[in-house]
Design a protein. Sequence first.
Length: 541
Amino acid sequence: MKTNFLFYIFTISTFVSVHSKLLHFDWVVSISSNALIGDPKEVIMINNQFPGPLLNTTTNDVVIVNVYNNLTEPFLMTWNGVQLRRNSWQDGVEGTNCPIMPGKNWTYKFQMKDQIGSFFYFPSLFFQKAAGGYGPIRINNVETVPLPFTRPDYEYDILIGDWYFDEYKDLRISLEDGCKMPFPDAILINGMRSDQATFEFQPGATYRLRISNVGLKTTLNFKIQDHEMLLVETEGAYTLKKYHQSLDIHVGQSYSVLVTAKNHSYNSSYHMVASSRFIPRKLSGLAIIRYPSFDVEPLVAVYPDEPSQDEYRFSLQQALSIRTDLLVGAARRNPQGSYVYGSINISRTLILQNGEAALDGQNRYTVNGVSFLHPRTPLKLADYFQLSDVFEPGFVPASPVDDVPRLGISVIDAYYHDFVHIVFQNPSDSLQTWHSDGYNFFVVGMGRGKWEVEKMETYNMIDAIYRSTIQVYPYSWTAILIKLDNQGMWNLRSQDAEKWYLGQELYIRVKGDVNHPSKISPRDEAPIPANVIKCGKVADS
Ligand SMILES: *[C@@H]1O[C@H](CO)[C@@H](O)[C@H](O)[C@H]1NC(C)=O
Ligand SMILES: *[C@@H]1O[C@H](CO)[C@@H](O)[C@H](O)[C@H]1NC(C)=O
Ligand SMILES: *[C@@H]1O[C@H](CO)[C@@H](O)[C@H](O)[C@H]1NC(C)=O
Ligand SMILES: *[C@@H]1O[C@H](CO)[C@@H](O)[C@H](O)[C@H]1NC(C)=O
Ligand SMILES: *[C@@H]1O[C@H](CO)[C@@H](O)[C@H](O)[C@H]1NC(C)=O
Ligand SMILES: *[C@@H]1O[C@H](CO)[C@@H](O)[C@H](O)[C@H]1NC(C)=O
């Protein structure tokens, strides 16, 4: 499955040559009928596994994934949090790629350039994520860049997420018919219902748990009975180390925590718990941690605490406590703090406000009044073939307006190297989660109410966390700073599957710099892949 073909890449920052492997994976995507909870339903499997296989990589590795679509529907896989530097051609979302048709294959090829961390992949089309099809991604550090903590003895990938009894096709049809998603029916841990997933702990050993919320829309609070978790990483940035009893993990977010197993215990087993937050329905998914050397009896059940009186306050305070450790390196030896974002001038501000509107008989979700409707030709291909009649940059306003909500194609043009300030404003009572492909960003501020310019004085301009997925609390705002140093057509979306499916997204087209807007250098962006799939208006190009 994995061919280790060694070649060398010279990294400018460290002045050492590092081994960079070429990793080859062959994946078959298929449907299987599985009774994970309730009645059997269609589950998307990768190589007959759910969750799919671990994509285990190291910084700067080149990854080749040949995906064979054995579903009856078109398919695309996207790599949540992997920056795909210079290469939005590999992003696997509707705006960048034509789908892999049933019975066909397509080979992704991308580099884990200058990245470390914990991420996951998932199917991006047709609400297929509601049928699973997801799996974990690790980008390990190269030997020459030390970890900022003692190397853990073992690592586990833990994928937590909400799950529905309904078939994904039925959920999709009901969304298209204008219905809202019901509350979920269960919380899965690594694709299993409560008490099915088991993790062995060796006495005294240290574990790195790489936890991602791969669900559709539910925030989950994660904890381990009687064990503290030391938070060390969020989506590829090392954090100031801090112990937590529990962690709120919003949809699309990933964390690494270190957990030290007990030396001795009278209890043989402990529970890992993921419980729903910010919805009235309280659900929990449980997994078991087993100490093999202790007596097998008894298993003490743990039930999550009663939801705190103010889960918003708890969650907001925790979010504000997550900071970047400026003194350590991540993918490179240089400390993460050597890039002093606080002193860079902001090129422009975008204020993106989520909304909801009835459009064409559907309950659609909007960004600044526009609900995204995909053209048949992916934006990336329309751009490459210079078709001017597929989308109109600037259709979506850069701040909220009072216009009547409408359907459209939202592309925001930005210059390479711009330093953009984005404020996500949430006037609704539901929690929002935003994810940017191609980039991590600095989360400089969060607060209640409506954002105003004065709020900028309260921003964290020193050690804000650097990540790719961020929550916006109800009736609140979140501000980020993003350095546009990755050319391409990049998706900025609601990570909530329902809102994404119904239009809450846009694309940021990053090309040419401010002085040379039309100068496009192959050094700055990967060429169109030789195996590119063509469809829509460029089918015959
Ligand atoms: C992941 O890859 C690294 C580096 O090749 C290797 O040391 C490690 O054992 C692998 N882990 C798993 C779970 O395959
Ligand atoms: C695709 O599915 C069909 C029908 O289930 C099966 O016969 C075939 O072997 C599958 N193809 C691959 C490559 O797994
Ligand atoms: C499909 O897979 C074959 C190898 O099995 C490969 O040669 C070919 O390039 C793949 N097709 C595409 C479009 O990537
Ligand atoms: C386990 O034992 C070692 C050696 O006695 C000690 O240093 C360590 O703190 C203990 N760990 C825990 C989690 O109690
Ligand atoms: C064993 O479980 C009980 C009940 O949860 C708890 O009170 C006790 O502290 C646990 N003991 C150890 C050594 O963890
Ligand atoms: C930021 O803007 C100020 C005022 O326009 C200018 O003097 C300064 O050189 C700029 N700083 C950088 C790093 O570009």
